[in-house]
Design a protein around this ligand. Structure first.
Ligand code: SF4
Ligand code: SF4
Length: 113
């Protein structure tokens, strides 16, 4: 079990979730492909210019649930409760984190400090 960030985070990313996560398992994924796929148009390239979304590393999340109620746009769900229309985000959260090495994770990790 893990928690998953879904579509409404795209273009929002206010990071309220990061402030309450006790294990810093949110990662900032700035990839243009997610912006264009879900209708958020940006001119820039991957990296600083892309909007992207935050994702949760499923192996690091301790399932405390603290982030779910903090998100102002209801983008966070327990994996078993992700709305049907956003099911693919479970895979996106996993794919964008578990394949990364420690160095890459350190670069993308969101912390409250
Ligand atoms: S998941 Fe919600 S609280 Fe966290 S950055 Fe995205 S929109 Fe903000
Ligand atoms: S459920 Fe808890 S550990 Fe998992 S991402 Fe949310 S705040 Fe972090």
């Amino acid at each position: 079990m893990t928690y998953v960030v879904t579509r409404p985070c795209l273009g929002t990313k206010d990071r309220s979730c990061v402030e309450v996560c006790p294990v810093d398992c949110f990662y900032d994924i700035k990839k243009k492909k997610y912006n264009s796929k879900y209708g958020i148009l940006v001119d820039g390239e991957d990296g600083e210019d892309a909007v992207g979304l935050l994702v949760i590393h499923p192996d690091e999340c301790i399932n405390c649930g603290a982030c779910e109620t903090e998100c102002p746009v209801e983008a966070i769900y327990e994996d078993s409760a992700v709305p049907e229309a956003d099911k693919e985000f479970t895979e996106i959260n996993e794919q964008e984190t578990v394949s990364l090495g420690d160095e890459e994770l350190d670069k993308l990790r969101c912390t409250s400090s």
